[in-house]
Design a protein around this ligand. Sequence first.
Ligand code: NAP
Length: 324
Amino acid sequence: MNILVLGKDGQLGKAYQGLFQSLLVPAGVQIQYLGRAQCDLTRPEVLLEILEQSKPNLIINTAAYTAVDKAETEEDLAYAINATAPEQMAIYAVKHGATLLHYSTDYVFDGSKSGFYVEDDARNPLGVYGKSKAAGEVAIEKVFTQSSSGQFAIFRTSWVYGEGGNFIRTILRLAKERGELRVIQDQYGVPTSANWLAKTSLDLALDSQWQLHQFASGIYHAVPSGETSWHHLACLAVQEVQKLGIPLKAQVASIKPILAVEYPLPAPRPMNSRMDTAKLRAALGQSLSKTSNSYNDSRNEPIFPEWDGLVKEYLSQLQQQNLL
Ligand SMILES: NC(=O)c1ccc[n+]([C@@H]2O[C@H](COP(=O)([O-])OP(=O)(O)OC[C@H]3O[C@@H](n4cnc5c(N)ncnc54)[C@H](OP(=O)(O)O)[C@@H]3O)[C@@H](O)[C@H]2O)c1
């Protein structure tokens, strides 16, 4: 088994590195991590050469152009990284019978649905980032429909936090600097731990012998249970950090809820980012029961825990690392 992780320096890439380091990787399983310096995804010829040389059976593409607002003026770059490069990975996977795990976003939707989005709901991205990620989804699907070889999963996720810059870290930095914060209360979604996402994705892909599972290729919504708003998430983060004994200038009561229209940004965001995870739950139920257990014998927590418990876990990890 030869595993290639692309995007090693991003939040999800680092989560994969931590996950693999925490597991007993059997002899015969090689894992290679590449970042921008080793594999610049704007250069398809470099990507193809690396794929052909290292011949992975499992490609995990965590790399992406994620600068949502900047994408409005860097359309070509966003499409090169988020659409063309994943298409090349799909072409390789089909040619060599490999498995491709790729990540997409709630931003492929316009947010006008009142309930939870399901995988088959129509894409209608509002900004360039979402359009480039949607183009990546379409390109991968198209390559795989032309062949019965290889398999792919596109995990659509939202509000990711891990090792790196994210909303929670920004709020905590601001809460140290200012006595009052203003946070959007009318956009809804599900905060997703990068560690949880890496673990849950591997549950679909690998069995207890570190062999590839066969699963139904397609898009899977991958977020923890529950839902929240940015405002509620900010309040929870501030409250928990105070409970951990860290002094902040801002208090929960001084985090003012505002409307998204009061905080205009270059790229429009979906008001509703909530995604239904029934498809992934069903697929994991099947893939985990196919063999006695997953590659990760130590997993005894619920597969889809509530989002707030994972945020609390993240905050105590930040404290242990002196990052609060
Ligand atoms: N973050 C979120 O809230 C969120 C929400 C929904 C979906 N997602 C999706 O989840 C996945 C993981 O996101 P994340 O939060 O881990 O993103 P991230 O922290 O921004 O990491 C993205 C990584 O991609 C790398 N990258 C960018 N341009 C590249 C290039 N030209 N060549 C090679 N690598 C390049 C970056 O490299 P450098 O470190 O060198 O910059 C970075 O390490 C992505 O597919 C993203 O679209 C994220």
